[in-house]
Ligand binder design. Structure first.
Ligand SMILES: Nc1ncnc2c1ncn2[C@@H]1O[C@H](COP(=O)(O)OP(=O)(O)OP(=O)(O)O)[C@@H](O)[C@H]1O
Length: 731
């Protein structure tokens, strides 16, 4: 036990009376463990390996040391003709025509029985799954223990439904988050440290805290998530979950608590960060694996600090949005990758430098599938191959671990053959808490896939779990301190770069938006131009028509005058012959012409009015056009400024990258220098020892011959000369 532990233990002892954690809900302890009587645990027992609850959990764990493997049958599918559930055993009758009967003779049949930690039939609800599998693990998690939960099964068997669920039937992750937030007291909104993916922590000063907040709001306000929909869905879900009981922590003295979440995806053996936005159509950045004290981790994986259930839900939805889904013949919305959602609980002591981190990994494995059935082609086929290969490696690892543990058969465990097995090496080896839910679709045509999953679970269940105590920190030497400092600098640089990239990304998004607006403006401008052209043309046509009407009007006016004159002459010449047929005809023509002229006049008036209207409209449009042109010029100017800004930021980014590269080179050189110094020191030591031995022998020889040179004198003179020689060489 180190110094820090002693302090904490004392603190626990002095505050034991007033501060404790009640497990209020008995169902937390329901499955597979003895009931804890009078559980009163100080939250600081989170960091106390010897606490009552921790011991109880550990001792009950020891009752069943193998991996807990649960079976869940998909709902809504009749299963009784092939499967029979008897307690924790499932018996299945292999149907004719299945792959497993290919070597049977006519009339032969097979039945197989598989044992599980617990079987959940098709009618079991999401809450039952949560209460039985996850709730007790969450208490362990709050008490500082790591847990991993896998869902395994064929495509469409209900893995994602179990782990994520739907807003109406929330799955394990949303329930776990809600449970944690309702159990823990108010969280630290300014966390002091951040958990890094390599298992270490980073102190958060005001600047880094601002970056963290910025990163979080970038995810929460990302354009790809519909915030209002998610808030509404979350509120509905929260209402549903609010009646479910949670544990209660009355008081946490001198401990600050913060929750962090990360979300990663392994797609085609590449790891991607699901909490990072990436421009559409661009390749997503791949993350590499790192190794720290034999703990494999994902380098530079984003971890977001969440203060409440809503934030956690939104962030989870953001990650789900970024996941690879595709339609296959088996599942119309099939996850094509393994996804790993991690919740981290960071507890920081207010009275010492002690920090404890516990992690809960939810791993939704991609569905195993038979190529023939999925009818996959091209990219889908490649995905299927990769999914099946990584699941095969997982199966082989589990099989070899079992052989190693039970038969002491030292086989090579092929962890390195897939990213998934590398990441969960410690959990699979049984050093951490591990749970596996095997989902099956009991329909007859999915039998071969189900059979495969059941065989996998049978091997997995035999792995023995022996949780290891938390590692004590190694004492630091000067070199490791220097390395850590360097790493810290590197991490800060990386954070800074991440911040810059975020800024740049936002800038680009803004520019894209501006650009789109500019295009819209251009469109309006062009359409205005067309409008103007057609209006001008219309105006021209109207003017021509008006001139034509004017001409006609004049012509008819002249004709009318002519006829009027003629009729006056005719009337005067034939004084009393007023009712002759000729006069009638002329009068008729006259009145018809008058009607035509009136009509033309009316038309003319209408045209003139229309023309006036058109003129007004044209005037209005031209005013609008001038305004739009001004706006367009303004946008163009702003766009140019933003472009210049982006270029500056890009060059700054490049400079920072270069600086980071230099820092890394420097680190490498320092490391080489250290190694050469150590080697040089070793060589010097050897040489000194050798010389000292020679000198001693010489001195001894001299004495034998009766010389008066003393042994010590001889030795010291020789050592001095050696040291001088070494010094010279060293300098
Ligand atoms: N227990 C259940 N009750 C009701 N619906 C279920 C249940 N299990 C699965 N489903 C439904 O079946 C469909 C397929 O389930 P899901 O997507 O969870 O399968 P999966 O195993 O994750 O598949 P894949 O590996 O292809 O992603 C979904 O529409 C889901 O809602």
């Amino acid at each position: 036990m180190n110094f820090l532990d002693i302090n904490i233990m004392e603190e626990v002892n002095t505050k034991m009376v007033t501060s404790f954690l009640h497990a209020r809900d008995k169902s937390i302890l329901a499955f597979n463990r003895a009931e804890l009587k009078n559980v009163k645990v100080n939250l600081e027992n989170i960091i106390d390996e010897n606490s009552e609850v921790t011991n109880n959990i550990q001792s009950s764990d020891q009752e069943d040391k193998s991996i807990r493997v649960y079976l869940r049958l998909k709902g809504g599918v009749p299963y009784e003709d092939l499967y029979q559930i008897d307690g924790d055993c499932l018996t299945c009758k292999v149907p004719e025509g299945s792959y497993s009967t290919r070597n049977l003779r006519y009339g032969e049949s097979i039945t197989r029985t598989y044992g599980f930690t617990k079987i959940f039939g098709p009618d079991v609800t999401q809450i039952d799954i949560f209460n039985n599998i996850v709730k007790a693990r969450l208490l362990g998690f709050i008490n500082g223990r790591n847990s991993t939960l896998f869902t395994y099964g064929a495509s469409g068997s209900g893995k994602t439904f179990t782990i994520v669920g739907t807003p109406e039937e929330p799955g394990l992750i949303p329930r776990a988050l809600e449970y944690i937030f309702r159990t823990l007291p108010d969280l630290d909104d300014k966390p002091k440290v951040k958990p890094l993916s390599n298992g270490t922590t980073q102190e958060l000063d005001a600047n880094l805290l601002r970056i963290e907040k910025y990163n979080k709001s970038a995810v929460l306000n990302a354009t790809l998530i519909d915030k209002t929909v998610h808030v509404k869905t979350y509120r509905q879900m929260q209402e549903r979950l609010s009646s479910e009981p949670v544990a209660e922590i009355v008081d946490i003295p001198n401990v600050s608590v913060s929750i962090w979440v990360s979300f990663a995806e392994i797609y085609n053996e590449n790891i991607h960060d699901l909490l990072v936005s990436h421009p559409k159509g661009k390749q997503r950045p791949k993350l590499a694996l790192g190794n720290s004290n034999d703990q494999i981790y994902i380098k530079n994986l984003t971890s977001v600090n969440v203060s409440n259930g809503l934030e956690a839900y939104q962030i989870q939805q953001f990650g789900i949005h970024n996941l690879r889904y595709a339609s296959t013949a088996i599942n119309s919305h099939s996850s094509r990758s393994h996804s790993i959602f991690t919740i981290q609980l960071v507890q920081t002591s207010d009275i010492s430098d002690d920090v404890h981190i516990s992690s809960f990994h939810f791993c939704d494995l991609a569905g195993s599938e038979r190529m023939k059935k999925t009818m996959n082609m091209g990219d889908r086929l490649k995905e299927s191959n990769n999914i099946n290969t990584s699941l095969l490696v997982l199966g082989r690892c589990i099989e070899n671990i079992k052989c190693l543990q039970q038969l002491k058969d030292k086989r090579l465990i092929p962890f390195r053959e897939s990213k998934l097995t590398q990441l969960f090496k410690r959990a699979l080896l049984g050093y951490e808490n591990i749970e596996m839910i095997v989902n099956i679709n009991p329909s007859r045509d999915m039998f071969d896939e189900t059979h495969h999953a059941l065989n996998f679970s049978a091997i997995a269940k035999e792995i023995i779990v022996e949780e290891q105590p938390k590692k004590t920190l190694k004492r630091k030497n000067r070199f490791s301190e220097r390395m850590e400092h360097k790493e810290e600098v590197d991490n800060k640089e990386t954070e800074k770069l991440k911040y810059m990239v975020c800024e740049l990304y936002n800038e680009i998004e803004q520019m894209k938006h501006d650009h789109e607006k500019e295009i819209e403006d251009e469109k309006t401008y062009v359409s205005n131009l067309y409008k103007k052209y057609y209006e001008d043309k219309l105006k021209r046509l109207e003017a021509e028509k008006a001139a034509e009407i004017e001409m006609l009007h004049e012509k008819y006016q002249l004709e009318l005058e002519k006829y009027t004159d003629d009729s006056v002459i005719n009337i005067s010449s034939s004084s009393n012959e007023c009712n002759s047929p000729c006069t009638d005809h002329k009068a008729e023509r006259k009145s018809s012409m008058k009607i035509q002229i009136d009509k033309l006049k009316e038309d003319d008036l209408l045209m003139k009015n229309e023309l006036e209207e058109m003129k007004k409209k044209v005037k209005k449009f031209s005013l609008e056009n001038v305004k739009l042109q001004e706006e367009c010029a303004m946008w163009r100017q702003e766009y140019m400024e933003k472009d210049a800004l982006l270029k500056d930021a890009q060059s700054l980014h490049a400079d920072l990258q270069e600086e980071l590269g230099d820092l890394k080179k420097e680190l490498k050189a320092l490391r080489a220098q250290y190694i050469s110094i150590v080697e040089e020191k070793d060589r010097t030591d050897q040489r000194l020892t050798f010389m000292y031995q020679n000198s001693y022998r010489d001195s001894y020889d001299s004495d034998e011959e009766g010389n008066t040179i003393s042994h010590t004198q001889n030795q010291s003179t020789f050592s001095q000369s050696c040291i001088k020689d070494e010094d010279k060489k060293f300098y």
